[in-house]
Design a protein around this ligand. Structure first.
Ligand code: CDT
Length: 312
């Protein structure tokens, strides 16, 4: 019997420093209602969805950072309304947030919540981009290496809503290894939230080129790993710092099934045939038949590139 799942990407427009969690949760619940009206059963929200993208700011008072931007529990009193509404509507969701553990560790985290409201899975971001030190000359900061530890849960998949679903977060989408580890566990859907500045912090780069990279990566990762891929942005100008939208639902064929048009709150939805990848997984990307891991050893043995000429 065909397996179909109506999937939505619920893109958020900007959340400013002054916006409270209550404002964010209200907008997230409105998006959930809109997704429900479109028939969605699984909704993917962005990375760090309850606050502004705070790693763009250098802040020294860690207690204040924890209070304003980190979640000590999920759900909390403030975030509970989203969980309650999703459960009432029978919708499962992915959402990203800044996690502060009881031991005082900080992670950039995403969770998969079942349509019954229970937390099925947790992922802590592995690829933390940017820097840890203050760059006073830069137009903005990208301080994920200051505010978060590298995730310690690895890349996992879960049996979820009659599919096999994995999670990634933002910069992970630039690393083929992350997708391949999920695909080797049978991933049929990869859910990912992101916050990507339109401007390159390090050197001048046309914003359109940054979107181009985002699109070609999504299409190739979905195809080469024969998986559905849902990528949801937090977008627009947060306190004047612009991030692009272009939230996507990509089929295992590498085709873009749906794409957002705005940099505002916006829902896109697609009725995904989860078995669409079956032929691809039996032929071109039959990993068991064609992969040659004995020749891939450097992938895990070496981190940075080193020049090693073939002839010594
Ligand atoms: N949130 C996130 O990971 N953003 C990065 C920006 C990298 S620029 C230092 C991204 O890969 O989109």
């Amino acid at each position: 019997m065909a397996r179909n799942l109506k999937i939505a990407a619920a893109q958020l427009g900007p959340l400013h420093k002054a916006d409270s969690r209550a404002v964010a949760v209200k907008r997230l619940t409105n998006l959930l209602k809109e997704a429900h009206a479109m028939g969605a059963k699984f909704v993917v929200f962005p990375e760090l969805a309850f606050t502004t993208f705070f790693p763009r700011w250098w802040m020294e008072d860690q207690q204040e950072v924890d209070r304003r931007y980190f979640e000590r529990e999920m759900p909390s009193n403030e975030t509970q309304p989203l969980f309650d509404l999703a459960k009432k509507l029978g919708i499962g969701f992915y959402i990203g947030y800044a996690e502060l553990t009881p031991e005082g560790r900080r992670f950039n985290t995403a969770i998969l919540v079942g349509p019954d409201g229970s937390i099925t899975g947790k992922y802590r971001k592995v690829h933390l981009p940017g820097h840890a030190e203050h760059k006073p000359q830069a137009a903005f900061q990208h301080l994920e290496k200051k505010y978060f530890e590298v995730g310690d849960l690895g890349f996992r998949v879960w049996r979820y809503m009659d599919t096999i679903t994995g999670m990634l977060i933002c910069n992970d989408r630039r690393w083929p290894e992350a997708f391949r580890v999920l695909a080797l566990q049978g991933a049929e859907i990869v859910a990912l939230g992101f916050n990507t500045p339109s401007e390159n912090l390090h050197y001048n780069e046309p914003p359109a080129l940054r979107v181009h990279h985002h699109l070609i990566m999504a299409q190739s990762m979905a195809f080469q790993n024969a998986t559905w891929l849902v990528e949801t942005a937090k977008a627009g100008a947060e306190d004047g710092f612009r991030m692009f939208g272009h939230s996507l639902i990509v089929a295992p064929t590498g085709e873009i099934a749906a794409q957002s048009l705005s940099e505002e709150d916006e829902v896109i939805c697609f009725n995904a045939d989860i078995d669409l990848a079956a032929n691809l997984k039996k032929t071109m990307f039959n990993f068991a038949a064609h992969r040659r891991p004995e020749h891939y050893k450097l992938i895990v043995e070496r981190v940075g590139a080193e020049v090693t000429p073939a002839n010594g």
